[in-house]
Design a protein around this ligand. Structure first.
Ligand SMILES: Nc1ncnc2c1ncn2[C@@H]1O[C@H](COP(=O)(O)OP(=O)(O)OP(=O)(O)O)[C@@H](O)[C@H]1O
Length: 380
């Protein structure tokens, strides 16, 4: 008897001709997430993916729970084609569900097996009832479905562990996230990764106003994000000179929005050089002065690439809940300074017009800074 994990993937089935491309990508992502386990076999047959392994199954499940495209993970037993082994596997699996109701469902694609599916279900149900105390059969509304599949081998499985859902990473192109050390942008990055978008990241660092620890925080956020299936190239942009130039040359009420526009322009340049087709930010409407609809309009006009803002309609509490779920929250709330807050003007314009902001930013030669920007690349 061998432990096998049965991977269910839902949305992929809707993708018509692309189906095998998505499936193959998912198999590749699963293999890569489990590459440090010795005895792992990942196999795709009959519209299902099976993961066989001899290692620590709980750890394998934890890794699989972070792979986008997986809807559910089911613990299964792979056994020989005989009833005794099927009973044994069913009893072992159902021991976890004492006190619950269950129903056995059998699929027999291997017609050479001497018992039909009704008969298998009846016999397995009886064996389970006899050997596991406190279970009851309910054929209409069972708590647990005990499945038996008779193929070239037999599979017995029960219960489903929830997967990350979404689409396999790498099936929807690449985008560049503007990653601050805050709560929002890592969540925005995660949401786009969930839609299959591979990401790289840009962080604007302003030493000595922002410390090494602020930078480390962003590296740590990338480490958490990388657990969802890809290594991340983090571009640390040294932003101090341009930031000081903005504060020296531009009217105070526009400095935040101009800084944001400069960030977008630099991020777009990096995106183009790294094969990204969009930018991602953690902005959500109305949170702060720089996130009014007027400010977003002016920020957006600084670039020609699409800008994805997956948090745009979310409340802060919803964003925090998600940050906690994905594991970035505790890092984001570490109390280190952010380059935006350090230079915040007393009265930022909440309804800037594009014309006025462009006129203000032309008081400096920002292109010279953008062309000569200093950058460090960290592979996380
Ligand atoms: N230092 C930075 N480096 C990279 N991106 C940044 C930086 N500061 C801000 N951004 C980008 O601009 C967006 C808006 O920043 P702002 O500080 O207004 O909002 P926020 O809601 O505090 O976002 P976050 O929680 O992501 O910091 C961020 O979500 C992020 O995408």
């Amino acid at each position: 008897m061998q432990d096998v994990l049965l991977i269910k993937y839902g949305e992929l089935a809707l993708k018509g001709d692309n189906r095998s491309f998505f499936e193959n990508k998912l198999v590749k992502n699963i293999k890569s997430a489990l590459k440090d386990f010795k005895e792992v076999k990942v196999e795709k047959t009959h519209g299902r993916i099976y993961v066989e392994c001899d290692g620590d199954i709980e750890e394998v499940i934890e890794r699989l729970k972070k792979i986008f495209g997986i809807v559910g993970i089911t613990r299964a037993k792979k056994i020989g084609l005989n009833l005794e082994e099927i009973y044994e596997a069913a009893i072992e699996l159902m021991r976890e569900y004492q006190g619950k109701t269950f129903k056995v469902e059998t699929k027999r694609s291997n017609k050479s097996f001497p018992y039909d599916s009704m008969e298998v279900s009846r016999r397995v149900g009886a064996a389970v009832l006899k050997n596991v105390k406190g279970l009851k059969v309910d054929v209409h509304n069972p708590d647990v479905l005990l499945n038996v599949e008779i193929r070239e081998m037999a599979f017995v499985y029960a219960g489903v562990i929830e997967g990350a859902k979404g689409l396999p990473l790498g099936t929807n192109g690449k985008a560049t996230v503007l990653l601050s050390g805050g709560i929002d942008s890592p969540v925005a990055a995660w949401m786009m990764m969930k839609r299959g978008v591979e990401i790289n990241a840009v962080y604007f660092h302003s030493p000595p106003y922002t410390s090494e620890r602020a930078k480390d925080k962003v590296v740590d956020l990338c480490k958490v994000l990388s657990q969802y299936g890809q290594s991340i190239k983090l571009h640390v942009v040294y932003f101090t000179d341009l930031q000081l130039e903005i504060y020296e040359k531009c009217p105070a009420k526009f400095t935040t929005i101009i800084m944001r526009r400069m960030m977008m322009k630099i991020a777009e340049k990096i995106a183009k050089n790294t094969g990204s087709m969009a930018l991602i930010t953690g902005e959500s409407l109305g949170q702060v002065a720089s996130q009014t609809i007027e400010s977003l309009y002016v920020t957006n006009a600084s670039v020609s690439m699409p800008v994805f803002r997956p948090l745009i309609g979310m409340d802060k509490t919803e964003i925090i809940e998600l940050a906690q779920k994905i594991g970035t929250f505790e890092i984001s709330i570490r109390p280190y300074e952010d380059c935006c807050t350090i230079f915040v003007p007393k009265h930022p314009a909440t309804k800037p017009t594009l014309e006025k902001v462009v006129e203000a930013e032309e008081k400096m030669d920002y292109q010279k800074y953008i062309d000569n920007i200093e950058m460090e690349i960290i592979d996380v």
